[in-house]
Design a protein around this ligand. Sequence first.
Ligand SMILES: *Cc1c(COP(=O)(O)O)cnc(C)c1O
Length: 226
Amino acid sequence: MDVTENLNNIQQEIRQACENSNRLSEEITLIAVTKYVTIERTEEAIQAGISNLGENRLEGFIEKYSHLKNKAKWHFIGTLQSRKVKDIITQVDMIHSLDRLSLAKEINKRALNKVDCFVQVNVSGEESKHGIMPDEVHSFINELSKYPNVHVVGLMTMAPHIENEQELRKVFRKLASLRDEISTKQYSHAPCNYLSMGMSNDFQIAIEEGATHIRIGTKLVGGVEK
Ligand SMILES: *Cc1c(COP(=O)(O)O)cnc(C)c1O
């Protein structure tokens, strides 16, 4: 389907979710996750008005970035190997997957300026998922003050692939309450105002629970069948 048509539908659903939760749709940043699709399809998304792109793999990131450069803001949303940091650090606008101190150390060393990062939290506790455990988030963020180029703008999570709405809400609520706890501390290295949560299947619920950055692939530009 046409990206413009998908985008219109998603924007309508964003407005509805914002209305349900007394929020403003301007608070939501929509990131188009282009990991499954071609450069042509990604360009189509930019033509349709998308200005934030997300990639979860280094190769995909570099390929898309080298074609599109400053036509978009760039979000790295996948697991990042420390030795690959140098390959993307000057291109990326936000890293959503900070999940260990060794990665923070490498970001700090390679970055020329402060880099906006989300700390990834494994709220659901699934073994297959990356991220800091919820009860370790406070000490982890404390430790990050040692790395002046790491600027913690928020928390990120991936919800489990389940249909149960109440279970999904629980996951998103947990991340929102951790975010509130951290932002209350007013750390200069970690203002932590944002929540990166919500994908094709659950973004409306994520918005109702406070998401500021939603990451949508399948429903916006296309999924695995491409
Ligand atoms: C693939 C991916 C998404 C988008 O998933 P869809 O279900 O296709 O919307 C969002 N976030 C991360 C971290 C991903 O890897």
